[in-house]
Design a protein around this ligand. Structure first.
Ligand code: F6P
Length: 357
């Protein structure tokens, strides 16, 4: 008999349900008896003992369903060791609930912050297996995270729609893409949508180079320009600031996000109209794309196998086209960023895409 706790933490994404279904299906297909405890709203559920007992049938019919049937929330790692407002030791509470339910393992689905807490629980002696979810694809130790491809599809659809109206009106359009501090989502959606300029955090931009690229297009007869801007894009000047100075600048900025600042600068320098579109959380919503359904199911199935073998302390990831187990201590606290000299960036530049550098 295996007693399994499961939770989804952090920002949701597509294919969380598909991944959990994969875990449960691979376990229920084995000869082992299983009991499943679903903790609600992420680590909160584990801290406060808020869970539901689930059976295989609760995971049926959810392969294509967006969101997470367990709910999610952000429980910041940096305050996880601080007592809650009633003085409760959160780490101790999670351990107690794990032991009270006599769990064999906790299956935790999440991104960067989630993995730091998952590793802490491992260090505290709990058996943990994690699965890499995030539309940002910024998790160290895996070439791919589920949610990413679905988000690329949505951001690409958005750029496609903007393309037709930009062409009709001969306007400059900015589409701001999510991705937190990394540019994978913007780069992929930007290339797929045929963006002319792509701005990502890993390559700080120079506004004059962006204007040059727009003017070059005009000279060549193109009346419109599409700019895909990562929400974490940063100018060369801002990249030279200390973390504290940059934070202060953002706090005092009159712009809701970097895209509006760039739009304003372009408008002033070129005299042309610029429109900003922010698809925002739509990028995390809706049904997972076929790639994510298959990918998350595979990761889930392999997680189930690890549980049956009693191998704990790993994230189930994907490297060099193979599903691999990555020690949690290697994953926690590391960000996977795009390398500015990555081959995909070189190829994008060969296609004539400007990175504003
Ligand atoms: O990490 C996923 C993500 O969607 C990022 O791309 C984005 O920066 C962030 O979460 C938004 O977080 P929230 O849902 O808390 O607004």
């Amino acid at each position: 008999m295996k007693r399994i706790g499961m939770l989804t933490s952090g920002g949701d994404c597509q294919a969380l349900n598909a991944a959990m279904r994969g875990v449960v299906k691979s376990l229920t297909n084995s000869s082992e008896d299983v009991e499943i405890y679903g903790f609600l709203e992420g680590y909160k559920g584990l801290i406060y003992g808020n869970f539901q007992m689930l059976t295989g049938s609760d995971f049926s019919g959810i392969l294509t369903k967006g969101g997470t049937i367990l709910g999610s929330s952000r429980t910041p790692f940096k305050t996880i060791k601080d007592p809650d407002e009633n003085g409760l030791d959160k780490v101790e509470a999670m351990k107690q609930n794990y032991y009270k339910l006599r769990l064999d393992v906790l299956v935790i689905l999440g991104g960067n912050g989630t993995h730091k807490t998952a590793n802490l629980l491992r260090e505290e002696g709990l058996n943990v297996i994690t699965l890499p979810k995030t539309i940002d694809n910024d998790l160290w130790g895996t070439d791919m995270t589920f949610g990413f491809q679905s988000a690329v599809n949505i951001a690409t659809d958005c750029i496609d729609c903007i393309h037709t109206t930009a062409a009709s009106h001969g306007r400059i359009f900015i589409v701001e893409v999510m991705g937190h501090k990394v540019g994978y989502l913007t780069l992929n959606a930007g290339m797929a949508g045929g963006a002319d300029i792509i701005l990502i955090p890993e390559i700080p931009y120079d506004i004059n180079k962006i204007v040059e690229a727009i003017e070059k297009r005009h000279k060549n007869g193109s009346k419109f320009t599409i700019i895909a801007v990562a929400e974490g894009a940063i100018s060369k000047e801002d990249a030279a600031l200390s973390k504290k100075e940059y934070k202060k600048k953002l706090e005092n900025s009159p712009y809701p996000s970097v895209s509006y600042e760039i739009a304003d600068q372009i408008q002033k320098k070129t005299g042309q109209e610029v429109r900003v579109t922010v698809p925002g959380h739509t990028q995390r919503g809706g049904s997972p794309c076929p790639y994510d359904r298959v990918f998350a199911s595979r990761l889930g199935a392999e997680a189930g196998e690890l549980i049956l073998k009693g191998e704990y302390g790993f994230m189930v990831g994907y490297r060099n086209r193979e599903i691999v187990k990555v020690p949690l201590e290697d994953v926690a606290g590391k960000l996977k960023m795009l390398e500015p000299d990555a081959s995909i960036i070189k190829e994008a530049k060969l296609l004539g895409i400007s990175f504003g550098d």
